[in-house]
Design a protein around this ligand. Structure first.
Ligand SMILES: N[C@@H](CCC[C@H](N)C(=O)O)C(=O)O
Length: 278
């Protein structure tokens, strides 16, 4: 199977363009687990398929490292956008990408050599509360309390197509993201599990961010998580509509426009291309 690997702020995926190679199996959860395995496979935070789409210019589907399928992936979208433009799947700098959560608009920004320098994605409108995020706890509002890892955490339920629990902390580097994040991610209150974001506000236009991703654990960055976090903080009036998010792997620019759409701008990088022997 021909694959390529890309990363966006260190959130790294194995990509397969299904139009250019044959998938060795229909069991994509198992394939995702195998390619993601750093010892026996390639090593990644998950598997992303680039697919043809009937309703958009390009399609994408994503499986986490544990084989669970997710609805969307912000960092993956920026990588798919760069791949699609640089490999000629699209010939304009503005185009659309279909995900399980719907169709998003992408724009690539080029350097003088015509390579993609940055990618902007319109990630759509954030939705809040138990109507948007599968939740079966006692809370009824958009903020809910979860007891996990010996502590009690209040977080905002946010959907960016996929589910997020955004919790405000004094300092992100004082949180044991692995331990607390894991406990919240698979807490019984979240029947479909949840992505867990720990955020602290440094200024109205700047936040610190750490994440424990559903199905992949601690990663260097999560694009949908950054969008969900800024959307939650903006709704509460704690940040303005344009925020630099400092993630473990680097910075993302998140802007909430007047119509409520959340726009994400950041880098996407090539790592390698090769053949995977099944
Ligand atoms: N890293 C991604 C999100 C990947 C999916 C997520 N773990 C989920 O299960 O919803 C991003 O950049 O958004």
């Amino acid at each position: 199977m021909q694959f390529f690997k890309m990363h966006a702020l260190g959130n790294n995926y194995v990509f397969v363009d299904v139009a250019r190679t044959t998938l060795p199996t229909d069991d994509l959860p198992s394939l995702a687990r195998r390619v993601s395995d750093v010892r026996r496979g390639i090593g990644s935070d998950g598997l992303i398929l680039v697919t043809p789409s009937d309703s958009a210019d390009v399609g994408m589907r994503i499986w986490n490292a544990d084989g669970s399928e997710a609805e969307s992936c912000g960092n993956g979208l920026r990588c798919v956008a760069r791949y699609a433009y640089e490999r000629g799947l699209v010939d304009a700098t503005h185009f659309s990408i279909e995900t399980k959560a719907g169709i998003v608009a992408a724009q690539v920004h080029l350097d003088v050599a015509g390579r993609v320098r940055l990618v902007t994605i319109d990630m759509g409108v954030a939705r809040f509360g138990p109507e948007a995020v599968p939740y079966r706890g006692a809370g009824r509002g958009e903020d809910v309390r979860v007891e996990a890892a010996g502590g009690c955490y209040t977080g905002t339920l946010v959907s960016m197509g996929n589910p997020h629990f955004v919790t405000l902390v004094d300092r992100v580097d004082e949180i044991d993201v692995e331990r607390v994040g894991r406990a919240i991610e698979s807490h019984p209150d979240f029947p479909e599990r949840v992505n867990v974001e720990f955020v602290s506000v440094l200024a109205p236009d700047e936040i610190d961010f750490r994440v424990y991703e559903r199905g992949s654990g601690v990663t260097f960055a999560c694009g949908t998580g950054a969008c969900a976090s800024v959307a939650a903080l903006f709704k509460k009036g704690w940040v303005g509509n344009r925020v630099t998010v400092h993630l473990l792997g680097g910075d993302l620019d998140i802007e909430i426009r007047e119509d409520g759409h959340v726009w994400m701008t950041g880098e996407a990088h090539w790592v390698c291309e090769g053949t995977y022997y099944v």
